[in-house]
Ligand binder design. Structure first.
Ligand code: APR
Length: 251
């Protein structure tokens, strides 16, 4: 494993621009379950029943009770792990430009990452379905479900539900970054949900080196990615940041 980490450190050190694409796997070591695979949320509840915009419109109370309230309880307790901190350290070293995350947990920013694209929105904010007023999730009174805005509208997380579009500015900038980088780190994603899953392809087609960090192979492995570092993100990204820092010191 250390050989692969050293190889990735050299690739990052040699790159003018490197970006990271992250998924739920980077936050599992912070106590947030993934969506798919063993212990995945979608193994327990049907995503089309609770995470599709039509399901929310049909029965917001059900979606609040079955999904949103539970996510809130888990997210308020979660803290960044060494993988989030490692990516923030690479940014501080000037070796990582941007984190494009599919996660709505805000842990990259809590770890100190400054340039973060929240591709699927953020759970830190709620939005009124009528007047669009936004308020911090932490300030929301959850005594009444579904919580309502002063205008009478129902609040919903400022995230992207299935059946909704990715915010156009986020999509455009992410595609630009993917097509303009020399290295893309793909950390903790099953790479099964579009359009996020096509960003590594864009990077590869633009000549970038695509490096996966995941205990398990994904549909990208051996087809789109150059290599997979098969380990848990906290340990691998932490070691990678240390290896890049050591290279910088000897450069
Ligand atoms: N370190 C690195 N990777 C891990 C770890 C870990 N400790 N634990 C699990 N993984 C990997 C799994 O092997 C899997 O490939 O993380 C991946 C998690 O995949 P998903 O649960 O499918 O999460 P993600 O790819 O982020 O899902 C994409 O789907 O449900 C929607 O909107 C939701 O953003 C989400 C999108």
């Amino acid at each position: 494993m250390q050989d692969l980490i050293d190889r990735a450190a050299h690739d990052i050190a040699a790159a003018r621009r490197a970006v990271a694409l992250t998924g739920a796997g980077i936050s599992t070591e912070s106590g947030i379950p993934p969506f798919r695979g063993p212990g995945g949320l979608w193994e327990k509840i049907d995503p089309m029943e609770v995470a599709h915009i039509d399901a929310f419109r049909r029965d917001p109370e059900k979606v609040w009770n079955l999904l949103i309230r539970g996510m809130h309880e888990v997210l308020v307790k979660s803290r960044p792990n060494m993988a989030h901190r490692g990516l923030a350290a690479l940014e501080d070293m000037g070796r990582l430009q941007t984190v494009i995350t599919q996660n709505v947990d805000g842990l990259h920013q809590q770890a100190g990452s400054r340039d973060v694209i929240e591709f699927h929105g953020s759970f830190a904010w709620q939005r009124c379905t009528v007047c669009e007023r936004r308020c911090r999730t932490a300030e929301l009174d959850l005594a009444v479900i579904p919580p309502r805005c002063e205008c009478g509208g129902i609040f919903r997380p400022d995230c992207v539900f299935f059946g909704e579009m990715i915010p156009p500015a986020h999509l455009a900038r992410s595609q630009q970054l993917a097509a303009g980088c020399q290295v893309m780190l793909v950390v903790g994603t099953s790479a099964t949900v579009q359009p996020a899953a096509m960003l590594p392809l864009l990077a590869r087609d633009a000549g970038a080196r695509v490096i996966e960090i995941n205990p398990e192979p994904t549909p990208l492995t051996g087809t789109v990615s150059d290599y997979l570092i098969p380990g848990p993100a906290a340990r691998v990204v932490d070691a990678l940041a240390a290896a890049v820092s050591a290279l910088q010191e000897t450069a």
